[in-house]
Design a protein around this ligand. Structure first.
Ligand code: HEM
Length: 185
Protein backbone atom coordinates (compact mmCIF):
# COMPACT_ATOMS: atom_id res chain seq x y z
CA UNK A 1 0.00 0.00 0.00
CA UNK A 2 1.21 3.44 -0.99
CA UNK A 3 2.90 5.46 1.79
CA UNK A 4 0.53 8.40 1.23
CA UNK A 5 -2.29 6.19 2.54
CA UNK A 6 -0.28 5.59 5.74
CA UNK A 7 0.67 9.25 6.19
CA UNK A 8 -3.02 10.19 5.85
CA UNK A 9 -3.93 7.49 8.38
CA UNK A 10 -1.35 8.81 10.85
CA UNK A 11 -2.70 12.34 10.34
CA UNK A 12 -6.28 11.20 11.01
CA UNK A 13 -5.30 9.29 14.17
CA UNK A 14 -3.27 12.22 15.54
CA UNK A 15 -6.00 14.76 14.73
CA UNK A 16 -8.92 12.72 16.07
CA UNK A 17 -7.38 10.63 18.88
CA UNK A 18 -4.13 12.45 19.70
CA UNK A 19 -0.39 11.91 19.21
CA UNK A 20 -0.22 9.57 22.21
CA UNK A 21 -2.73 7.26 20.53
CA UNK A 22 -0.51 7.01 17.42
CA UNK A 23 2.49 6.19 19.63
CA UNK A 24 0.44 3.47 21.37
CA UNK A 25 -0.53 1.95 18.01
CA UNK A 26 3.12 1.84 16.96
CA UNK A 27 4.08 0.22 20.27
CA UNK A 28 1.30 -2.39 19.92
CA UNK A 29 1.96 -3.33 16.28
CA UNK A 30 4.96 -5.20 15.03
CA UNK A 31 5.58 -3.12 11.91
CA UNK A 32 8.44 -4.05 9.54
CA UNK A 33 8.69 -0.35 8.56
CA UNK A 34 8.91 0.75 12.19
CA UNK A 35 5.97 3.08 11.49
CA UNK A 36 7.99 5.65 9.54
CA UNK A 37 6.23 6.23 6.22
CA UNK A 38 7.26 8.16 3.10
CA UNK A 39 4.38 9.14 0.81
CA UNK A 40 5.88 7.78 -2.42
CA UNK A 41 7.15 4.45 -1.03
CA UNK A 42 5.22 1.19 -0.90
CA UNK A 43 4.55 -0.73 2.33
CA UNK A 44 3.11 -4.12 3.17
CA UNK A 45 -0.74 -4.10 3.14
CA UNK A 46 -0.65 -6.00 6.42
CA UNK A 47 0.69 -2.89 8.18
CA UNK A 48 -2.44 -0.81 7.53
CA UNK A 49 -4.62 -3.71 8.68
CA UNK A 50 -2.60 -4.11 11.90
CA UNK A 51 -2.84 -0.37 12.59
CA UNK A 52 -6.62 -0.29 12.05
CA UNK A 53 -7.15 -3.33 14.32
CA UNK A 54 -4.92 -1.73 16.99
CA UNK A 55 -6.90 1.54 16.70
CA UNK A 56 -10.12 -0.41 17.11
CA UNK A 57 -8.75 -2.10 20.27
CA UNK A 58 -7.66 1.28 21.61
CA UNK A 59 -10.87 3.19 20.88
CA UNK A 60 -13.52 0.40 21.01
CA UNK A 61 -14.77 1.59 17.62
CA UNK A 62 -15.48 -1.38 15.29
CA UNK A 63 -12.90 -1.96 12.53
CA UNK A 64 -15.50 -1.57 9.74
CA UNK A 65 -16.58 1.82 11.07
CA UNK A 66 -12.94 2.98 11.29
CA UNK A 67 -12.16 1.89 7.71
CA UNK A 68 -15.15 3.79 6.36
CA UNK A 69 -14.28 6.86 8.45
CA UNK A 70 -10.72 6.66 7.14
CA UNK A 71 -12.06 6.57 3.55
CA UNK A 72 -13.86 9.84 4.25
CA UNK A 73 -10.69 11.39 5.67
CA UNK A 74 -8.46 10.06 2.89
CA UNK A 75 -10.55 11.60 0.10
CA UNK A 76 -9.32 15.14 0.69
CA UNK A 77 -5.67 14.06 0.91
CA UNK A 78 -5.89 12.03 -2.32
CA UNK A 79 -7.72 14.80 -4.19
CA UNK A 80 -5.06 17.29 -3.13
CA UNK A 81 -2.33 15.11 -4.57
CA UNK A 82 -3.84 15.45 -8.07
CA UNK A 83 -2.87 18.26 -10.43
CA UNK A 84 -5.57 21.01 -10.26
CA UNK A 85 -6.68 20.26 -13.85
CA UNK A 86 -7.71 16.77 -12.74
CA UNK A 87 -9.70 17.83 -9.67
CA UNK A 88 -12.54 19.59 -11.45
CA UNK A 89 -15.70 17.56 -12.14
CA UNK A 90 -19.21 18.93 -12.68
CA UNK A 91 -20.89 16.40 -10.39
CA UNK A 92 -20.39 13.26 -8.33
CA UNK A 93 -21.46 10.91 -11.12
CA UNK A 94 -18.87 12.28 -13.57
CA UNK A 95 -16.19 12.04 -10.88
CA UNK A 96 -17.09 8.40 -10.14
CA UNK A 97 -16.77 7.57 -13.84
CA UNK A 98 -13.36 9.25 -13.91
CA UNK A 99 -11.91 7.32 -10.95
CA UNK A 100 -11.11 4.20 -12.96
CA UNK A 101 -10.56 5.72 -16.40
CA UNK A 102 -8.63 8.89 -15.46
CA UNK A 103 -7.63 9.21 -11.78
CA UNK A 104 -6.30 5.74 -11.03
CA UNK A 105 -4.72 5.65 -14.51
CA UNK A 106 -2.76 8.76 -13.50
CA UNK A 107 -1.77 7.04 -10.23
CA UNK A 108 -0.36 4.12 -12.25
CA UNK A 109 1.60 6.49 -14.51
CA UNK A 110 3.23 8.01 -11.42
CA UNK A 111 3.64 4.71 -9.54
CA UNK A 112 3.69 1.71 -11.88
CA UNK A 113 3.59 -0.68 -8.92
CA UNK A 114 0.40 0.88 -7.44
CA UNK A 115 -2.52 -1.46 -6.79
CA UNK A 116 -5.86 0.25 -7.36
CA UNK A 117 -9.24 -1.45 -7.54
CA UNK A 118 -11.40 -2.01 -10.59
CA UNK A 119 -14.16 0.52 -9.94
CA UNK A 120 -16.65 0.74 -12.77
CA UNK A 121 -19.96 2.58 -13.11
CA UNK A 122 -21.98 -0.42 -14.23
CA UNK A 123 -25.42 1.21 -14.45
CA UNK A 124 -26.76 4.76 -14.29
CA UNK A 125 -30.16 5.76 -12.93
CA UNK A 126 -31.92 9.12 -12.58
CA UNK A 127 -30.99 9.20 -8.90
CA UNK A 128 -27.66 7.38 -8.82
CA UNK A 129 -25.32 4.71 -10.11
CA UNK A 130 -24.37 1.12 -9.50
CA UNK A 131 -20.62 0.72 -8.88
CA UNK A 132 -18.72 -2.50 -9.56
CA UNK A 133 -15.77 -2.91 -7.17
CA UNK A 134 -13.12 -5.61 -7.48
CA UNK A 135 -9.70 -5.75 -5.80
CA UNK A 136 -7.48 -8.36 -4.19
CA UNK A 137 -7.40 -5.99 -1.20
CA UNK A 138 -11.17 -6.21 -0.63
CA UNK A 139 -11.25 -2.61 0.63
CA UNK A 140 -14.86 -1.92 -0.35
CA UNK A 141 -15.51 -0.10 2.95
CA UNK A 142 -12.71 2.31 2.14
CA UNK A 143 -14.39 2.91 -1.24
CA UNK A 144 -17.69 3.60 0.55
CA UNK A 145 -16.04 6.22 2.79
CA UNK A 146 -14.36 7.83 -0.22
CA UNK A 147 -17.67 8.02 -2.12
CA UNK A 148 -19.50 9.56 0.88
CA UNK A 149 -16.83 12.26 1.15
CA UNK A 150 -16.82 12.86 -2.59
CA UNK A 151 -20.60 13.36 -2.41
CA UNK A 152 -20.16 15.80 0.45
CA UNK A 153 -17.66 17.79 -1.59
CA UNK A 154 -20.51 18.39 -4.08
CA UNK A 155 -22.87 19.38 -1.22
CA UNK A 156 -24.78 16.12 -1.58
CA UNK A 157 -25.58 13.23 0.66
CA UNK A 158 -25.83 9.67 -0.68
CA UNK A 159 -27.00 6.33 0.64
CA UNK A 160 -24.83 3.34 -0.33
CA UNK A 161 -26.25 -0.19 -0.40
CA UNK A 162 -23.89 -3.14 -0.61
CA UNK A 163 -25.83 -5.41 -2.96
CA UNK A 164 -23.18 -8.13 -2.91
CA UNK A 165 -19.79 -8.22 -1.21
CA UNK A 166 -16.38 -9.88 -1.60
CA UNK A 167 -16.35 -10.40 2.17
CA UNK A 168 -19.40 -12.64 1.77
CA UNK A 169 -17.84 -14.85 -0.90
CA UNK A 170 -18.71 -12.88 -4.07
CA UNK A 171 -15.88 -12.25 -6.57
CA UNK A 172 -16.76 -8.51 -6.63
CA UNK A 173 -18.89 -5.99 -4.74
CA UNK A 174 -21.84 -4.06 -6.11
CA UNK A 175 -22.50 -0.70 -4.49
CA UNK A 176 -25.77 1.08 -5.19
CA UNK A 177 -25.08 4.79 -4.69
CA UNK A 178 -28.22 6.92 -4.53
CA UNK A 179 -28.70 10.61 -3.89
CA UNK A 180 -30.62 11.16 -0.66
CA UNK A 181 -33.66 13.34 -1.08
CA UNK A 182 -33.71 16.54 0.93
CA UNK A 183 -36.73 16.36 3.26
CA UNK A 184 -39.38 19.06 2.57
CA UNK A 185 -41.57 20.22 5.49
C1 HEM B 1 -14.57 8.49 -4.95
C2 HEM B 1 -13.31 8.45 -5.35
C3 HEM B 1 -12.38 7.26 -5.17
C4 HEM B 1 -12.65 5.96 -4.86
C5 HEM B 1 -14.01 5.32 -4.61
C6 HEM B 1 -11.35 5.26 -4.78
C7 HEM B 1 -11.17 3.95 -4.42
C8 HEM B 1 -9.96 3.42 -3.97
C9 HEM B 1 -9.82 2.26 -3.12
C10 HEM B 1 -10.98 1.45 -2.56
C11 HEM B 1 -8.49 2.06 -2.91
C12 HEM B 1 -7.82 0.98 -2.01
C13 HEM B 1 -7.12 -0.10 -2.77
C14 HEM B 1 -8.04 -1.19 -3.31
O1 HEM B 1 -9.24 -1.27 -2.98
O2 HEM B 1 -7.51 -2.01 -4.10
C15 HEM B 1 -7.79 3.12 -3.63
C16 HEM B 1 -6.42 3.25 -3.66
C17 HEM B 1 -5.79 4.36 -4.13
N1 HEM B 1 -6.37 5.43 -4.77
FE1 HEM B 1 -8.32 5.71 -5.13
N2 HEM B 1 -10.34 6.15 -5.06
C18 HEM B 1 -10.92 7.38 -5.28
C19 HEM B 1 -10.29 8.55 -5.57
C20 HEM B 1 -8.93 8.67 -5.66
C21 HEM B 1 -8.26 9.93 -5.94
C22 HEM B 1 -8.93 11.30 -6.13
C23 HEM B 1 -6.93 9.65 -5.98
C24 HEM B 1 -5.88 10.71 -6.27
C25 HEM B 1 -4.64 10.51 -6.53
C26 HEM B 1 -6.75 8.23 -5.71
C27 HEM B 1 -5.55 7.55 -5.61
C28 HEM B 1 -5.37 6.33 -5.03
C29 HEM B 1 -4.08 5.81 -4.56
C30 HEM B 1 -2.72 6.52 -4.64
C31 HEM B 1 -4.34 4.56 -4.01
C32 HEM B 1 -3.33 3.61 -3.35
C33 HEM B 1 -2.65 2.75 -4.39
C34 HEM B 1 -1.64 1.79 -3.76
O3 HEM B 1 -1.62 1.62 -2.56
O4 HEM B 1 -0.85 1.21 -4.53
N3 HEM B 1 -7.99 7.67 -5.54
N4 HEM B 1 -8.72 3.94 -4.26
Amino acid sequence: MRGSVFTNFQEMVEAQFGMACWETLLANCDLPSGGIYTASENYDDQEILSLVVALSDETNIPVNQLVEAFGRYLYKGLMHSLPPSMRDYPDLWTLLEAVDSVIHVEVHKLYPDAVTPKLIVQEKFDTGVKLYYQSPRKMCLLAIGLVHQAAESFGMSVSITHECCMHEGADHCLLLVEQEQVKQD
